[in-house]
Ligand binder design. Structure first.
Ligand code: SF4
Length: 86
């Protein structure tokens, strides 16, 4: 609370959106967006997903990013380190 108003601490907010969904008066003005994180099992090393990009606000952007990520791994990945590949 700040001067009787609810404020978001963006240092702590993880953009889960629960406050928007829970508000009984629709007081929060929010737009849906995607959080894209990169991580996974790189060989024997587990890398926790990292948010390297700002919030993605359209499916078109999302698909361009995922296509680029898939292409990057196709071009640069070591096939023996990928799950499901022989
Ligand atoms: S409920 Fe979720 S989106 Fe809302 S302020 Fe808390 S962490 Fe952020």
């Amino acid at each position: 609370m700040n001067d009787g108003k609810v404020v978001v601490d963006y240092e702590k907010c993880n953009y889960c959106g629960r406050c928007v969904k829970a508000c009984p008066t629709d007081a929060w003005d929010a737009k849906a967006a995607y959080i894209v994180s990169f991580g996974g099992t790189f060989g024997n090393t587990i890398s926790k997903g990292k948010d390297l990009l700002p919030l993605v606000t359209s499916e078109e952007q999302l698909f361009r990013i995922t296509d680029a990520a898939i292409q990057f791994f196709a071009d640069n990945g070591n096939a023996s380190e990928k799950r499901g590949n022989s």
